[in-house]
Ligand binder design. Structure first.
Ligand code: NAD
Ligand code: DAU
Length: 327
């Protein structure tokens, strides 16, 4: 797998250790978002970390030659960063995916592509529709445009070269080991540091939250039982406004629910994401297990409270970057 030192990838390693007997080779560049500490306690005979770039064709080819299949998590993943400097997004998300596709094509290996609901653009707050597999692509940010481009490369390699691939597009994940630049861990660690949570704009934007373990269980199911060439949307009916999430974080941490600041909005900010995951549920029998957001959020808060050594080194620089943007 790629990107195994990041948020979802490191949780996927843990999920595999608990639920399967596979051995995992992780290829990860250890960018600012990758953290070796997220894998440090895992048994070396089950999880091997190779530090390298998914754009390094020789390295990728040699690794793909010796594995049974590839799950591609590695990406530049943060929208705000893509607005400041799109270049690593084009390189890693587009060229990196191309590099992997050429390798799995050459070695005829099974490939699963991890993508996002953001490729579909956004919905109005009062739109009764949700995204489904047939929704046209309409990405808004440099991040989502490069993810859309990578999905389309996968589709082309399936059709033109017969690559044995599947794609999943998931909604917003939460859980342990998520970088503190992202919304939920930023607000939790702000409160733990005595800072006020920051809401972009009026805090009305809606995201469709899913626990990272529910996402990863779906990925494993699609990898093993999904139909080749198909796309599956992954979502757990978890729509919440950003303001509702911040109020819940404040309340769970014993703070007044209005103890947040409204800050500068994100340029081009997508209003709402919402996933219809009925294909995944009907065809593969997937169901989320974290059905009460407040419980999953409370467990996530406990994790950040108990693992300050994991996030503290990045806090000052992350907040300094946001302060420069007025956020
Ligand atoms: P993350 O930023 O936490 O982790 C990304 C990982 O990729 C890091 O370990 C980083 O070091 C590695 N990486 C980056 N560039 C690399 C390169 N050139 N070569 C090798 N490794 C490289 O991201 P995440 O939130 O865990 O997201 C993982 C995947 O899931 C991404 O493809 C993302 O688009 C997708 N996704 C994320 C979410 C979400 O809510 N976080 C939702 C849907 C889909
Ligand atoms: O939908 C899936 C996507 O979810 C993934 O593809 C991305 O990799 C992942 O980063 C996430 O994208 P978002 O842009 O939705 O996530 P982020 O955590 O950056 O922001 C979530 C919402 O919270 C969004 O509406 C912006 C807002 N926000 C964010 C931050 C960091 C705030 O209001 N305040 C903040 O401080």
């Amino acid at each position: 797998m790629t990107g195994g030192a990041g948020f979802i990838g490191s949780n996927f390693c843990r999920w595999l250790l608990q639920n399967t007997d596979v051995r995992v080779t992780v290829l990860d560049k250890l960018t600012y978002a990758g953290n070796e500490a997220s894998l440090a306690d895992l048994p070396r005979d089950r999880v091997e970390l190779i530090v390298g770039d998914v754009c390094d064709a020789d390295l990728v080819d040699s690794l793909v030659a010796r594995v049974d299949g590839v799950v591609h998590f590695a990406a530049e993943s943060h929208n705000d960063n893509s607005l400041n400097d799109p270049s690593p997004f084009v390189q890693t998300n587009v060229v990196g995916t191309y590099t992997l596709l050429q390798a799995v094509r050459a070695h005829d290996k099974r490939y699963h592509h991890i993508s996002t609901d953001e490729v579909y653009g956004d919905l109005e707050l009062d739109d009764p529709d949700r995204f489904c597999e047939m929704t046209p692509y309409n990405p808004s940010s440099p991040y989502s445009a490069t993810k859309a481009g990578s999905d389309l490369l996968v589709r082309a390699w399936v059709r033109s070269f017969g690559v044995r691939a599947t794609i999943s597009n998931c909604s917003n994940n939460y859980g342990p080991y998520q970088h503190i630049e992202k919304f939920i861990p930023r607000q939790i660690t702000n409160v733990l540091c005595g800072l006020r949570p920051k809401l972009y704009g009026q805090g009305l934007n809606v995201r469709d939250w899913i626990h990272v373990d529910d996402h990863n269980a779906a990925v494993w199911l699609i990898l093993n039982e999904g139909t080749l060439g198909e796309t599956y949307l992954i979502g757990a009916d978890g729509e919440k406004s950003n303001r509702e999430v911040v109020e819940e974080v404040l309340s769970l941490l014993g703070q007044p629910r209005d103890g947040f600041d409204l800050v500068a909005d994100r340029p081009g900010h997508d209003m709402r994401y919402a996933i219809d995951s009925s294909k995944l549920r009907a065809e593969l029998g997937w169901l989320p297990t974290y059905t009460t957001f407040a419980d999953g959020l409370a467990a996530t808060i406990d994790w950040y409270r108990d693992n300050e050594a994991w996030w503290r080194p990045a806090k000052e620089a992350t907040e300094a970057k946001y302060a420069k943007q007025g956020q």
